[in-house]
Design a protein around this ligand. Structure first.
Ligand code: GRG
Length: 303
């Protein structure tokens, strides 16, 4: 395989993230204008433009560019992925699901607009996501657009996010095995991250081998995302409580720090970054630098 020196000397990751997030925010703003009926578009925009790290759409653009595609061709797909992510958060926060009051530093959609509007805002974002890719993707063979839409649909539906959510709901109050926990994480979190990367690569003109290498990369970072989430759960609640053991260790929930201890969980996170980087070793070094840094970003994020 190629050498692993993926830290391209002239690459500035912070600037890269800000520039990509700005482009995505502008594209999302344009994709959902404040039109009639005002209430529904206001509710869609409220959550969609409420910040968020934009990890998924940035992954999508980075994968597209890695395989030699233009950023502009993957912008509609990147927006679609973020629309779906946002709608999943809106629905996840509803009283019939997690019943959360705050999201992205603001009152949740249903707290602000009411439950009926929040459900509809989620539905509308889900529908718009697919319409947007199909209608707005330019200069890409239709067969590729179709392939990406199939990939996205399967990552979201009853074999993807929805599967993870239903299994999560059904297992409430039960002691979970590691496999059951893994199933929930893979479906609730990894599937959409994977679709973001794979769809970006398909839209960017990647061949089958490149797409499958990037799928493997995405699976490692999907798992990494969850391991880091679990570590943050422990460290954050420890800080909040001013104790050495946080809420995670006090609950029965199986988590990586709980299963293997916090230090081993951190080591595991480093191993996952290394494995993700290994998949990138097959690509051009300078082009792979963003995805390499994105894995590091997911590993070291603080929220
Ligand atoms: C998708 C059709 C459809 C229905 C939704 C409610 C539901 C089914 C699924 C729940 C999915 C869910 C909320 C998973 C958690 C995903 C996750 C890790 C969220 C946090 O992602 P970040 O940290 O958040 O990237 P920001 O706010 O930065 O975007």
């Amino acid at each position: 395989s190629k050498p692993q020196n993926l830290v391209f000397p002239n690459f500035h990751f912070q600037e890269y993230m800000v520039s990509k997030a700005n482009k995505i925010n502008t594209a999302l703003d344009d994709a959902v204008p404040l039109q009639n009926p005002i209430k529904i578009h206001e509710a869609m925009r409220y959550s969609l433009l409420a910040g968020g790290k934009r990890i998924r759409p940035i992954l999508c653009l980075a994968a597209c560019e890695l395989v030699g595609g233009y950023e502009s061709t993957a912008i509609p797909m990147a927006c679609a992925v973020e629309m779906i992510h946002t709608m999943s958060l809106i629905h996840d926060d509803l009283p019939c699901m997690d019943n959360d009051d705050l999201r992205r530093g603001k009152p949740t959609n249903h707290k602000y607009f009411g439950e009926e509007t929040a459900v509809l805002a989620g539905d509308a974002l889900l529908s718009l996501a697919f319409e947007h890719v199909a209608a707005k993707t330019r200069d890409v063979a239709h067969q590729r657009v179709l392939q990406a839409i199939v990939e996205l649909g399967s990552a979201v539906g009853s074999e993807g996010l929805v599967a993870g959510q239903i299994v999560d709901l059904l297992s409430e109050g039960k002691d979970l095995s590691v496999d059951e926990l893994e199933y929930i994480h893979v479906h609730k979190t990894s599937k959409l991250l994977e679709a973001a990367v794979v769809c970006g690569a398909i839209i960017g003109g990647g061949d089958a081998i490149e797409v499958e290498r990037l799928r493997k990369y995405a699976r490692y970072i999907g798992l990494l995302f969850q391991v880091v989430d679990d570590i943050l759960d422990v460290t954050k609640s420890s800080e909040e409580l001013g104790k050495t053991a946080g809420k995670d260790l006090a609950s029965n929930k199986a988590t990586y720090p709980r299963l293997m201890g916090i230090e081993k969980a951190k080591e595991f996170a480093c191993e996952l970054v290394a494995k993700a980087a290994e998949e990138l070793g097959w690509f051009d070094e300078s082009r792979a630098s963003p995805l390499y840094h994105l894995a590091g970003y997911i590993a070291s994020r603080e929220n």
